[in-house]
Design a protein around this ligand. Structure first.
Ligand code: 5GP
Ligand code: ZN
Length: 117
């Protein structure tokens, strides 16, 4: 079910434009509007879950679909050979800003240390 106030639900519904790089029955992958690396793609379940924990508890198969789409996106974006980073920011300490579960697929150059300190 769609949450009308949710930005990513509105992208799924086509109400807000996005540069889609892959779509499956259950997932959508689109470019981040403010890329932090040469390749920065967000992968979401089409169904609304607030974060990756809620998603995985409610529907582990759908969480697997998100991982599967992220893996295909990494391949099609040319990241598989050199490697990439897959991030699920979760909750306030994780820096999550959009509360619709999403994986960040980041790559295209060496990404440096995991955390800025
Ligand atoms: P978070 O901080 O929740 O893990 O990541 C949210 C991401 O969504 C950020 O990287 C941000 O740049 C991206 N974002 C926010 N608004 C939009 C939008 O309207 N379109 C797209 N494509 N990305 C967005
Ligand atoms: Zn949503």
């Amino acid at each position: 079910m769609m949450e009308t106030e949710c930005l990513f639900c509105r992208i799924v519904a086509g109400e807000i434009p996005a540069t889609v790089v892959r779509e499956t029955d259950t997932t959508l992958a689109f470019r981040d509007i403010n890329p932090k690396a040469p390749v920065h793609v967000l992968v979401i379940p089409k169904e609304h879950y607030a974060d990756v924990v809620t998603l995985t508890e409610a529907d582990p198969g759908l969480a697997g679909d998100v991982l599967g789409t992220a893996a295909v996106v990494a391949e099609t974006e040319g990241l598989a050979a050199d490697g990439f980073r897959l991030i699920f920011n979760t909750g306030p300490y994780g820096g999550q800003e959009v509360f619709h579960a999403h994986a960040h697929v980041l790559g295209g150059e060496p990404l440096g240390p995991m955390l800025a300190r």
